[in-house]
Design a protein around this ligand. Structure first.
Ligand SMILES: N[C@@H](CCC(=O)N[C@@H](CS)C(=O)NCC(=O)O)C(=O)O
Length: 269
């Protein structure tokens, strides 16, 4: 029994749960699903997670789905060390950031990352097989987004939207972090655990100027990366060889992103 997590090394919403597990020092068993070959759409897995996505936490045989819900579940079940502030405005701020991440930043990250690391295996299949697999993705917005990204890559409109959402998130965080140490106050909270993995994406693809041009955000992310939880939950999955490969994949994408940032008058352009 105990805790099992269905996950994937490069999934930011799984990384956030892994950070929370590490912060709380909880032992857990890892079940990696091969997302590029769509192992997440097997009939058995869909029984646990009807949307066919990672992460899914299973505790004592009962599944908990949705990464933010899983984080709050872990906080309620294992309150020490505390990762939710006690002051109501700070709790509201933590939850609003988590909502922003789930609703906006996560699909934006998908648009920027998916064509670079998840599409390869699908592209090797004959067109009818690609269409058949894509038609089985349960959620319509995800199905349509991935279908566009598979066909159009970085020319998909989702990439323009994704760059805009990332850029606004980074500028908003720069303001928030000017007056406090962490996203929801002066203590590391679920909001920081949830946000940090979305900076792994620009980090690993060599797009670091995007956030390093904002000193408060750069300092916050460096402090997240230096925590033991980030090291074991995220960095440990990225060997030097893997980072080199990702940097190469990220190079042409960065030229496209920079052109979009220039149009927006970004500090990072
Ligand atoms: N709202 C969900 C999103 C989960 C999600 O999008 N997971 C991605 C990995 S980061 C996934 O499993 N993708 C598989 C696919 O789209 O085929 C959560 O926060 O748990």
């Amino acid at each position: 029994m105990g805790l099992q997590l269905y996950t994937h090394p490069m999934s930011p919403c799984s990384q956030k749960v892994r950070i929370v597990l590490a912060e709380k020092g909880l032992p857990w068993d890892k079940i990696d699903l091969d997302l590029p070959s769509k192992a997440n759409l097997s009939a058995d897995y869909l029984k646990l997670n009807p949307a066919g996505v990672v992460p899914t936490l299973v505790e004592d045989g009962k599944p908990v789905i949705e990464s933010s819900t899983i984080c709050e579940y872990l906080e309620d079940r294992y309150p020490e060390p505390r990762m939710r502030p006690t002051e109501p405005h700070q709790i509201a701020s933590m939850r609003n950031w988590m909502k922003h991440i789930d609703n906006k930043l996560h699909p934006s990250c998908g648009a920027l990352q998916w064509p670079l690391v998840m599409a390869d295996k699908l592209k090797l299949l004959p067109q009818e097989e690609q269409d058949r697999i894509m038609a089985t993705v349960p959620e319509k917005p995800r199905r349509e987004r991935q279908t566009r990204l598979l066909k159009m890559g970085y020319d998909a409109p989702d990439v323009i939207d994704g760059v805009g959402v990332y850029e606004k998130t980074i500028s908003d965080l720069e303001v928030v972090l000017a007056s406090q140490k962490w996203i929801a106050g002066d203590e590391f909270s679920l909001a920081d655990a949830a946000m940090a993995p979305y900076f792994q994406t620009p980090y690993q693809f060599g797009w670091r100027d995007w956030y390093e041009s904002r000193p408060n955000v750069a300092d916050w992310y460096a402090r997240c990366r230096s925590r033991d939880s980030y090291e074991s939950a995220v960095s440990a999955d990225f060997t030097d060889a893997k980072l080199n490969d990702l940097r190469q994949r990220g190079e042409p994408a960065w030229r496209k992103i920079q052109a979009l940032l220039k149009e927006r008058g970004s500090k990072a352009a």
